[in-house]
Ligand binder design. Structure first.
Ligand SMILES: Nc1ncnc2c1ncn2[C@@H]1O[C@H](COP(=O)(O)OP(=O)(O)O)[C@@H](O)[C@H]1O
Ligand SMILES: [Mg+2]
Length: 365
């Protein structure tokens, strides 16, 4: 899929912006605080219906009532128009001028993979971030997963409410807990199986990408660490006592984790900043291929501030690889100096100043 044209109205520091993007690499150059990340974020919001870094209302330009993002996108052979309108009272999403009532029917129509500087916390940060990161991609391509996840959260909430009651009003009768636990176990099974399959698939792809990016022969695997393994129902039942005492469900997909293993060691403990960046990039490239396999159309790759911290050789490897895949990528950087001239010549280059983007015809294609 490729965004041909995008229009922003009162989005963050953009008042009115219309931009025709190139089909391959697009560079958005500008100094700090001019609006580079905001622009990338708007494409993410268009695809996923919410931001990865703030609440809906923060996306509306200061002193405005609403914001609108609209784009025409070529998907396989068709041209589709998507828009999202966000106001203080809610949001509305449209495809080809038809409102889509349920966000879950809308998300996944436009696929994006984002590399954000915040993602560097994924390797060493808390499991919550890792679960969110992988759920976003899986949810984009697998509607059943999205639904199973929402069912799971619903039943989990019910079970936790019951556990809280039982914590303060102990009773011998566990009939209701049995019923909810059986329901929850079914739900958990689905999530665990989907995650297992997905992570194994991504790991295989990411392993080759990591070696390609690092030019080292170090092995890389992504592993899934489910909080419950084996028979889920039995596990839950054997932990009634702890769950009642703490008034919450202590085991399950909401406590799952993932690990990044480089040369047989967990990267959590020892990966340098640079290595963490390459790990995330290797995974992002794997996600792109995975989405392509599932949808038969390449997602849009958004890369925020990725270049400055990569050495020239790795930068060129990454950019040349992206050029060769033919997918659309939008990449932010502070200036042209840090980017290889040959690559720039095959790309579209834009400059952003104070929330206004203009094409830089001197450097680009
Ligand atoms: N809702 C908003 N309305 C107007 N300006 C905003 C809004 N949200 C953020 N900004 C402004 O956007 C600027 C940051 O833009 P950003 O895209 O993060 O810059 P960078 O080019 O460094 O990535 C800041 O000056 C900030 O004040
Ligand atoms: Mg930025």
């Amino acid at each position: 899929m490729k965004i041909q044209q995008i229009q922003l109205t009162d989005y963050r520091n953009y008042t009115k912006q219309s931009l025709a993007l190139g089909t391959g690499l697009n560079f958005i150059l500008g100094l700090n605080g001019e609006g580079k990340t905001n622009f990338l974020e708007s494409i993410y919001v268009l695809g996923l219906s919410k931001s990865y870094r703030s609440e809906d209302v923060d996306l509306i330009r200061f002193q405005s009532d609403f914001t609108k993002i609209k784009a025409s996108i070529s998907m396989k052979d068709n041209l589709q128009e998507m828009s999202i309108i966000i106001s203080e009272i809610g949001k509305k999403v449209l495809v080809n001028n038809q409102e889509i009532k349920r966000l879950s029917d809308y998300v996944g129509f436009l696929n994006v993979v984002l590399f954000a500087p915040e993602d560097l916390n994924l390797v060493k940060g808390s499991p919550v971030g890792r679960r969110y990161f992988f759920d976003i991609v899986l949810g984009q391509v697998d509607k059943t997963y999205l639904k199973d996840l929402s069912d799971f959260k619903y039943v989990l909430k019910q079970r936790n409410e019951l556990l809280k009651q039982m914590q303060f009003h102990p009773s011998k009768d566990e009939t209701l807990l049995d019923v909810i636990t059986e329901q929850l176990a079914l739900s958990m099974d689905k999530i665990i199986q989907a995650r297992e399959k997905f992570i194994a698939n991504i790991s295989k792809r990411a392993s080759g990408n990591y070696q390609f990016l690092t030019t080292k022969n170090e092995s890389f695997t992504l592993t899934y660490l489910p909080s419950i393994s084996g028979n889920v129902l039995q596990s839950l039942k054997s932990r009634y006592k702890t769950d009642i005492q703490s008034g919450t469900t202590n085991y399950g997909p909401h406590r799952d984790d993932f690990d990044f293993i480089v040369a047989d060691k967990s990267a959590k403990g020892h990966a340098s900043q640079g290595e963490q960046r390459l790990i995330i990039l290797a995974i992002d490239l794997a996600l792109i291929d995975y989405i392509f396999d599932q949808k038969n159309d390449k997602p849009i790759f958004l890369l925020d501030d990725v270049l400055s911290e990569l050495d020239t050789e790795k930068q060129n490897r990454l950019l040349n690889y992206l050029l060769s895949t033919g997918g659309q990528a939008i990449i932010t950087a502070t200036g042209v100096l840090e980017i290889n001239q040959d690559i720039l010549k095959q790309s579209k280059v834009f400059r952003v100043v104070k929330g206004y983007i203009k094409e830089d015809l001197k450097h680009g294609q």
